[in-house]
Design a protein around this ligand. Structure first.
Ligand code: EPZ
Length: 417
């Protein structure tokens, strides 16, 4: 079990390079199955979840090689459509590999991903869409088998703009017969990145970034090289980290329009932000002002930033209302923060956070990825030494985190028990 030991009370100064986007890399890695050839991916974040996705591709017969700053994937020897149960359970977002397998070989077998730390995370929208594409689905003791003679393009209206379901429909229909239209599609920047990657392979997709996406099936896809966009949630994380702890930082490799809602809320809270070419600068105020947030599908305030922003509001001047509209169980970080002196009440999907002047160091435990990084940020603020356990959750989504924090003047060390 690994932990971070963090010494609080230090302002942050300097600059940090933001890594490639986890939630872009994962569907794009799945998409490398589709060309049955070579894909060269640049700016892939070096995190647990991308390593897991590469491991699954290798289990399915693909060859994966890391060569300096790129990964080379050869999917020409794909020889299985059966996603290993243990790896599926380890990472629920691997369900998007199913879409790619169906798209390429008209067949996929995988386990129900099951819930995770932030909610039940069903895949009913994925399965409903597969059926509308003419895919036969059978389920037996937790394993789901999908198969189709042909995939016929169709018009699919999503009940909810699910990111994963949108990605799975795209992945399973790029090589289908005819045209597929997704209505009420997710509009996240990672969907646009997936479209751009697949179109670079020779797919014919249009509309990503809007709520209507049209995929015209093609016969074959070619080898590709592609550079993954920067991680907007990592950028938001470092902005909030500095906003709470004080100081002035510059982030490189940021597409600022991807985090406009977060920028707006940080300005409302008293931060000075300056958008520069391919980056962003933030100067923290002496003390943050309380502001309200409610999470929404993109382009609303991102759910992945909810726990991070809620954390910085625990020491703001005033009371903040945080409403979580996307996942049903994403306030667990507050239980841990109460051990450090945070004051809040929770009513259903609403947390009411009353800002306090200081937090005390404590032993706390990460329970999910974004809740975990939130505890690190709080530990950087609290007086004394805070120990954050179960940091495996955090290593799933943040590349080289402790070195980046130390480069800004923070005091954090990895501790393996
Ligand atoms: C993606 O998860 C991201 N993960 C999540 O980031 C992110 O929080 C989420 O999108 C929302 O932006 C990756 O991209 C790997 P959804 P995903 O399908 O695709 C419900 C992080 O911290 N739903 O948009 O699973 C679901 O339960 C992670 O980086 C159904 O009901 O999100 C949730 O309440 C966490 N049925 C809501 O929709 C379905 O079939 C949003 O889920 C699918 C989803």
């Amino acid at each position: 079990m690994a932990s971070y030991i963090i010494e609080g009370g230090r302002k942050l100064e300097g600059e940090v390079d933001i890594s490639g986007a986890k939630n872009s890399a994962l569907p794009i890695i799945a998409g490398t199955i589709l060309n049955g050839g070579i894909s060269k991916l640049y700016n892939v974040p070096n995190i647990h979840d991308t390593k897991m996705m590469f491991r699954i591709l290798e289990e399915l017969g693909c060859k994966v090689k890391k060569d300096k700053n790129k990964y080379i994937i050869d999917s020409s020897r794909l020889n299985s459509c059966d996603i290993p149960e243990d790896l599926m359970r380890e990472m629920r977002s691997s369900v998007i590999i199913a879409g790619a397998l169906i798209g390429k070989n008209r067949k996929a077998c995988f386990s129900c991903p099951g819930g995770c730390d932030i909610g039940s995370r069903p895949i009913d929208l994925h399965l409903k869409a597969f059926k509308e594409l003419g895919i036969n689905i059978s389920e037996d003791s937790g394993r789901i088998e999908c198969s189709a003679d042909n995939i016929n393009g169709s018009k699919i209206r999503l009940d909810f703009p699910s990111v994963g379901a949108t990605e799975n429909i795209i992945l399973s229909s790029v090589l289908a017969e005819g045209e597929t239209t997704i209505i009420n599609a997710a509009m996240e920047p990672e969907i646009v990145d997936l479209q751009n990657f697949l179109n670079r392979m020779g797919a014919k997709i249009a509309g990503a970034g809007s709520n209507v996406i049209v995929i015209n099936g093609v016969k074959k896809l070619k080898d590709v090289s592609y550079n993954i966009i920067p991680d907007r949630i990592e950028a938001g994380t470092f902005l909030c980290m500095t906003a709470m702890n004080g100081g002035e930082v510059k982030l490189n490799n940021v597409i600022s329009e991807h985090i406009e809602p977060v920028i707006q809320k940080l300005e409302d809270a008293g931060c000075k932000l300056n958008i520069i070419h391919n980056g962003i600068e933030l100067k923290a105020p002496k003390r943050l002002r309380a502001v309200d947030i409610k999470t929404m599908p993109y382009p609303g305030f991102p759910t992945d930033m909810q726990s991070i922003f809620g954390t910085i509001m625990t020491v703001a001047k005033g009371t903040s209302i945080v409403i979580e509209n996307i996942f049903e169980n994403r306030f667990k970080y507050l239980d841990e923060l109460s051990r450090m002196g945070a004051k809040y009440t929770i009513e259903g999907r609403t947390a009411i956070i009353k800002g306090v002047r200081k937090l005390n160091s404590a032993n706390v435990r990460a329970k999910d990825l974004r809740g975990g990084i939130s505890l690190v940020i709080a530990g950087m603020y609290a007086n004394g030494k805070t120990k954050v356990d179960n940091i495996e959750y955090i290593l799933r989504g943040y590349d080289n985190l402790d070195n980046k924090i130390r480069s800004l003047g923070g005091r954090i060390h990895l501790y393996n028990e």
